[in-house]
Write a protein that binds this ligand. Structure first.
Ligand code: NAD
Length: 241
């Protein structure tokens, strides 16, 4: 009996904080084989050869492209997935409305998972926030997010996703505050304030490997699935997984 073939990955944004975590964790996991990597300028990333932006059309065949890059790099990654029929798992934040629309359109042809946050804890936080927003309709709602100084977008994609959950329930957006300090991996506080009481729901990420593990898990889940836009929570919180 032959063993199952590993899932062939293309890591897009391989030289970044997330890309390096993905390369390291995928190398340690027999379910995956990194067949290509891509970065802005190409070259060696921790012993893996990376293609430069503009050269990714020459990448070998892959099953899933895992993209943690920048909005400026996203369109080329999506286009390559469409050309090759490969699945897309993306955690790139700060995407424009046009890029989100293009991603939804692409999901008619390929499996797509995009999430602002690939951690299991935030998937659960989102469910708790939905519950609190519905049970506490008259309370003030604020989201305070804290990240490292190099993070480009604000509010964070995770804060906006949590805010979208709240808006879907209450019809109004929460108030956002963003802090950019030190080397904080990522913290999200969602607080509901009533008269004489306050409910605080907080998630603290201390290691970005959690995002990389979630993205690899999502890649394994959608590999070989029919074209569709898949929700990360449905994949990670599926009890049959
Ligand atoms: P980073 O700045 O450390 O790395 C960015 C990477 O993108 C680099 O490898 C760079 O070479 C590459 N890149 C830039 N332009 C490119 C181009 N034109 N073509 C190909 N590659 C290009 O960033 P990071 O901290 O690793 O984060 C990457 C993205 O992931 C950001 O949008 C960040 O907000 C997001 N992020 C998402 C999650 C999540 O769970 N969804 C978690 C952490 C970070």
């Amino acid at each position: 009996m032959s063993a199952t073939a590993p899932i062939r990955l293309l890591i897009h944004g391989a030289s970044g904080r997330m890309g390096r975590a993905l390369l390291r964790l995928a190398a340690d996991n027999a379910r995956f084989e990194v067949v290509a990597a891509a970065t802005r300028s190409g070259g060696d990333v921790d012993g893996t050869h990376a293609l430069a932006a503009g050269r990714i059309a020459s990448a070998p065949g892959f099953d899933v492209l895992v993209d943690f890059s920048l909005p400026a790099a996203f369109d080329a990654a999506l286009e390559l997935c469409l050309q090759r029929g490969g699945a897309l798992v993306s955690g790139t934040t700060g995407l424009s409305d046009a890029q989100r629309t293009a991603m939804d359109a692409a999901a008619k042809s390929i499996p797509v998972v995009w999430s602002a946050n690939f951690s299991l804890g935030v998937a659960v936080l989102n469910e708790l926030v939905r519950r609190a927003a519905s049970a506490l309709p008259g309370w003030d709602c604020d989201i305070v997010e804290t990240h490292h100084k190099d993070k480009l977008d604000a509010p964070s994609g995770t804060a906006l996703s949590l805010g979208a959950t709240i808006e879907a329930v209450r019809g109004s957006k929460p108030h956002y505050e963003s802090l950019r300090v030190g080397d904080v991996v990522g913290e999200h506080l969602v607080q509901f304030t009533g008269i004489g009481e306050r409910l605080e729901l907080i998630h603290r990420a201390t290691d970005r490997d959690i995002f990389a593990r979630g993205a690899l898990e999502a890649a394994a889940c959608v590999n070989g699935k029919p074209p569709a836009r898949y929700r990360l929570a449905d994949l990670l919180l599926d009890p049959s997984r």
